[in-house]
Design a binder for this molecule. Structure first.
Ligand code: MN
Length: 445
């Protein structure tokens, strides 16, 4: 059942974490695609997380030291003509009621009101590395702080003279998923599973990667979701390009297809990769490499539980992959040497896991206060995605390996004692995949 998300409790917790800092949290701004066309709007994850608000041109300000106005929101004013062109706006009054924020003003009052709100705070907390925020805002905040510093009056009042990175505080909060967050993430998984399985059933020689991407998109859209990121649909050696998004080549008989795609439901992501043969049947060498990657993944998954950390999972993964590279006679060194000299890296250059949530790569901390890897706790969600990639131009490799790229990725939730594989319904055993590929893709529409 969907309960109301307790945004106000999240804001209260963040105000506590802020100490004497004032937080400024802008909405995402529209991004130009070309000339006067724009990419579809996607709200900034943190503003969404703290308010539920979907609108652009809004800014939330949290002022823990302001007793009168501890939280203030700025939104676009009502404007019948503008709303006729580009859709309804909440406006300050409705925003106050719906979002349960007491002080809501039109956005054009931001620069007038902000200096008042800054008083009593010693720092500005702001997402320093947020590429989606309005370009000019950072500078405006510093200008306001500077003006306050130069004001002779109110010398007895504290004024911000430093900046802290807000993302560090919100990243900590976002590490643990609770309540509706898990509900939305499970729904995203359901949709992703359906879409992946349809693509698996549809895949055949002669089909263009773009058509499979379109099928994935169709199922995701039909189920009320969007894609969490640009899908990677990579036939044959395209799989060796880690962020291949051209997705415009015809699939060839005898090749593998690597598809890394996930839906986003209520702004919560999923992120799943499967690799399987275009013609529905693994060749012996494809099978060998696939089984190595699969066993590395299973090893890391089996270690997932409270108290372990993502580095433990990565170490387990590279150990299995290194043994595999030795067995395949790609590297003729001992596993210890392969690990010590990182000889696996040309074939496995990325890490095994990343946090996942509102963002597909959720910006949560990987190290704790002592610079040790963060210990896994109940409610954390992350991916496990080992792979092996054999570049097509490596003349020193056995011919049958050249241009082969395999990755298997699942999404893992830490439970009180162990883990739950959120994406387990998407086939990944060789026999399961070969069966699934015989199905009619229309079963999943
Ligand atoms: Mn991933």
């Amino acid at each position: 059942m969907i309960e109301a998300t307790n945004y106000s409790a999240r804001r209260a917790l963040l105000r506590e974490k802020l100490g004497n800092a004032i937080a400024v949290i802008p909405s995402a701004s529209h991004q130009t695609r070309s000339y006067d066309t724009e990419y579809s709007f996607r709200q900034h994850s943190v503003l969404k997380y703290l308010t539920g608000l979907e609108e652009q041109d809004s800014i939330l300000v949290l002022c823990p030291n302001n007793i009168e106005r501890p939280e203030v929101l700025f939104v676009r004013p009502k404007d019948a003509m503008m709303e006729m062109w580009s859709g309804k706006r909440l406006g300050p009054e409705r925003a106050r009621e719906i979002l349960e924020i007491q002080h809501v003003y039109p956005i054009d009052q931001f620069d007038t009101i902000l200096p008042e709100l800054m008083l009593g705070h010693t720092a500005i907390a702001y997402d320093l590395f947020d590429a989606s925020a309005p370009q000019s805002l950072h500078k405006r905040l510093l200008d306001h702080a500077e003006k306050l510093q130069r004001t002779k009056r109110k010398f007895h009042v504290r004024k911000p003279d430093g900046v802290i990175n807000l993302a560090t505080l919100t990243g900590e909060m976002r590490l643990i998923k609770e309540g509706n967050e898990l509900l939305f993430m499970r729904e995203a998984q359901k949709i992703t599973s359906r879409a992946h399985r349809a693509v698996m059933a549809k895949t055949a020689a002669g089909i263009n990667e773009k058509e499979l991407q379109a099928l994935f998109h169709y199922i995701v859209s039909k189920n009320g979701a969007t894609e969490a990121y640009e899908s990677i649909v990579a036939g044959g050696e395209n799989a060796c390009i880690l962020h291949y998004v051209n997705n415009n080549k015809k699939l060839k008989d005898g090749d593998l297809l690597l598809i890394d795609a996930g839906s986003e439901f209520h702004v919560y992501a999923s992120d799943v990769t499967r690799t399987y043969p275009v013609n529905g049947k693994f060749t012996p060498i494809q099978r060998d490499v696939y089984e190595i990657v699969l066993s590395a993944q299973k090893e890391a998954i089996s270690l997932s539980r409270p108290g372990k950390n993502l580095n433990d999972l990565h170490q387990a993964t590279i150990t299995v992959l290194s043994q595999g590279l030795k067995d395949l006679k790609v590297i003729n060194e001992s596993v210890e040497t392969i690990l010590e000299k990182e000889l696996y890296k040309p074939f496995y250059p990325h890490s095994t896991s990343h946090w996942m949530g509102l963002d597909v790569h959720d910006p949560c901390p990987y190290l704790d206060g002592d610079l040790k890897p963060v210990s896994l706790r109940e409610g954390m969600v992350f991916t496990i995605e080992p792979g092996l990639y054999f570049p097509p131009d490596r003349a020193d490799l056995p011919t049958e390996l050249r241009g082969m790229g395999i990755r298997i990725e699942d999404d893992i939730l830490i439970t009180d004692r162990a883990y739950e594989n959120l994406s387990s319904s998407i086939p990944k055993e060789i026999s399961e995949i070969e069966e699934e590929m015989k199905r009619d893709y229309r079963d999943f529409l």
